[in-house]
Design a protein around this ligand. Structure first.
Ligand code: GTP
Ligand code: SPV
Ligand code: MN
Length: 597
């Protein structure tokens, strides 16, 4: 036992009585203990050790083919009242859900070990940090939690002996049965129950379950915000750093933007980008009235496919030591890893992500994928060459801009700025994006995904928008400026028009200059836009007319996006009934008026 906290001990006793593990192991965070667990997982085949010369400390793990992504249709928000979960969440009465899952957890850890993982979300001792405890029967989860959080007995010290303010996470892989898979949040009880999965976002309970679903609910009650946002710092030649947060849906470019390397023209002038976080931001007004952000996580659970030395060298370098790879392919010649987009050279002697030995070249040529499209790396944040010196700052970083964005082949322009915070909240609320492999189900389907929080908001989305509006009132003229970007517009052949990746710096630079008041803008029906000339194209082989086109606002298609049956903004807003904040209605009517002029 690592704590005398009676609330913790009572809860663990109860969960032990329910799950009936043979053994209980408390994770103190020591290297010896983690080493021993790693050896044990290797001996059972749960983890595979990779080439220790080329990838020191790196491990490989493969999940079942039915268990490779988040499962939104099996994810529940169990608030007492259905209206408090809202129309965008699956809901079930908490007592009913507890009864159903209690039967499944009963004796589920017989013959297994229960690992007790204390962890801190946010730097130890930060006024914005919170403690969680995850109970799990999976060493894969333990090793991931060690990378993704600040894990070990220090978390219990931060909690103290009497506090009840910790999130109770219970996970069992059980039989990994997709028919009985449940990812359940009880926001009113600080509790998460996850069963029958052994994959990423379903089982690393610190991440989406706590740091977004539970934390968004806590933030609303306690006056802060938990968001699906990266945090980065743009350093200008004079040394001044502008911090921005950006919310893009899953697999829509947060990790890539967070670790961006500026194009040569910017590097020569002295610009640099620093990574504070790549997936989750906790935001709270500071003593000076500005909004401050911390990254509650300690590592990156990043999308592997597409990551290479050109698209995102900082991410690739981050994965070269002490990293866990999940569902990528193995190159059996040297026991290293490979995924689509790493290079153009799939290994001949390969093991594909499901475990079959194949000739990788032929396999890929036949149109198969060696790595699962949602295969991931779990890498320590300290591995990142551009990790911000402020990464461990307990007070966080002051945020000057918030950026929303999604995957939109049409309609949304390269960049625009909202008129003010209220309008910015509206811009976030009408976000839409094509679905990706990060969640089970069809990909490439446009759906509304407000603030990139559709699968992650732990309460009624209409109340969440009101919380955004209230936050704007509180911050007043110190509120960050709000922008929207789209790197994914396509031409008639379906090719991306904007080069993206490092070249996104050209858009970030305009955003940073807008925050400093040094860049011009033109007013359009949807917000402020740069003039095409204000996007620096030096060193890029792109005609200014292409930028004009990327910035164009097609009023017809915007009006269609408002009124389209089922997926339009009106239809989406209608789901919230009279819960919809009056301000959102007002903003939508104003947008329609401006578009109709
Ligand atoms: P989650 O971890 O799921 O929340 O995703 P994320 O938002 O961090 O996404 P990530 O940065 O990992 O990007 C996912 C995919 O988008 C990868 O396949 C990238 O190659 C692609 N991508 C990222 N940035 C760009 C860009 O600027 N342009 C284009 N065309 N693709 C991009
Ligand atoms: C996402 O899907 O947005 C992720 C990956 O960041 S997971 O942790 O699986 O949710
Ligand atoms: Mn994410």
């Amino acid at each position: 036992m690592l704590t005398n906290n009676k609330n913790v001990l009572a809860w663990i006793d109860e969960m032990v009585a329910l799950c009936k593990p043979d053994k209980i192991v408390w994770l103190d965070g020591s290297e010896e203990q983690l080493k021993a667990l790693t050896e044990e997982a290797i001996s059972t085949g749960e983890m595979i050790r990779l080439n220790q010369e080329k990838l020191p400390g790196c491990l490989y793990h493969r999940t079942l083919p039915n268990d490779v992504a988040r499962v939104e249709d099996r994810t529940f928000i169990c608030s007492k009242k259905e209206i408090d979960a809202g129309p965008t969440n699956n809901w079930c009465d908490p007592d009913e859900m507890r009864a159903k899952l209690t039967a499944m957890y009963d004796g589920v850890m017989k013959g297994r070990t229960m690992y007790v993982i204390p962890y801190s979300m946010g730097p130890f001792g930060s006024p914005l940090a919170k403690v969680g405890v995850e109970l799990t029967d999976s060493i894969y989860v333990v090793l991931n939690m060690d990378i993704m959080t600040r894990m070990g007995k220090k978390a219990f010290e931060d909690l103290g002996d009497t506090s009840d303010d910790f999130v109770r996470g219970l996970h069992s892989k059980a039989d990994v049965d997709p028919e009985n898979r449940y990812i359940v949040q009880f926001p009113e009880d600080n509790t998460i129950w996850s069963i029958n999965s052994a994959y990423g976002g379903n089982v690393i309970l610190s991440k989406k379950c706590f740091a977004l679903r539970i934390a968004s609910y806590q933030g609303r009650n306690e006056g802060w915000m938990a968001e699906h946002m990266l945090i980065l710092g743009i350093e200008a030649p004079n040394g001044e750093v502008t911090y921005v947060c950006a919310a893009f849906p899953s697999a829509c470019g947060k990790t890539n933007l967070a670790m961006l390397i500026p194009p040569e023209v910017y590097q020569k002038k002295g610009y640099k980008v620093w990574t504070v976080g790549d997936d989750i931001a906790w935001l709270k007004p500071g003593p000076d009235g500005r909004l401050y952000a911390i990254n509650p996580e300690n590592g990156f659970f990043g999308v592997a496919p597409g990551t290479n030395m050109k698209s995102n060298p900082n991410a690739l370098i981050s994965t070269q030591k002490n990293t866990i790879f999940t569902n990528v392919a193995i190159n059996n010649d040297d026991n290293t890893v490979w995924w689509e987009g790493l290079d153009k050279n799939p290994p001949e002697n390969a093991t594909e992500w499901k475990g079959a030995k194949v000739n990788g070249k032929e396999y890929v040529a036949d149109g198969n994928k060696l790595a699962h499209p949602n295969s991931r790396f779990t890498a320590p944040a300290i591995n990142c060459p551009c990790i911000s010196p402020e990464f461990n700052n307990p007070d966080g970083v002051p945020v000057s801009a918030i950026i929303f964005g999604g995957r939109r082949a049409k309609t949304a322009p390269l960049v625009y700025q909202s008129f003010d915070w209220k309008h910015g909240t509206f811009v976030g609320s009408i976000m839409a994006s094509e679905t990706t492999a990060a969640a089970a189900g069809a990909t490439g389907v446009v759906r509304r995904d407000p603030m990139a929080m559709l699968p992650f908001c732990g309460y009624n989305m209409a109340d969440y928008w009101q919380h955004w509006l209230d936050m704007g009132e509180k911050l007043g003229d110190k509120a960050p400026k709000i922008f929207h970007v789209n790197w994914f517009r396509t031409d008639d052949e379906g090719n991306f028009i904007w080069p993206g990746f490092g070249d996104n710096m050209r858009v970030l630079a305009w955003i940073a200059d807008r925050c400093k008041g040094t860049a011009d803008a033109v007013e359009t029906a949807i917000g402020y836009e740069p003039k095409a000339e204000d996007i620096n194209l030096e060193g890029l082989d792109i005609d200014i007319n292409v930028i004009k086109d990327l910035l164009s606002v097609d009023k017809e298609s915007w009006l269609e996006d408002i009124d389209r049956p089922e997926t339009g903004i009106e239809a989406f807003y209608a789901k919230f009934g009279d819960k919809l904040p009056a301000e959102m209605r007002k903003q939508l009517d104003a947008l329609r008026d401006r578009l109709s002029k």
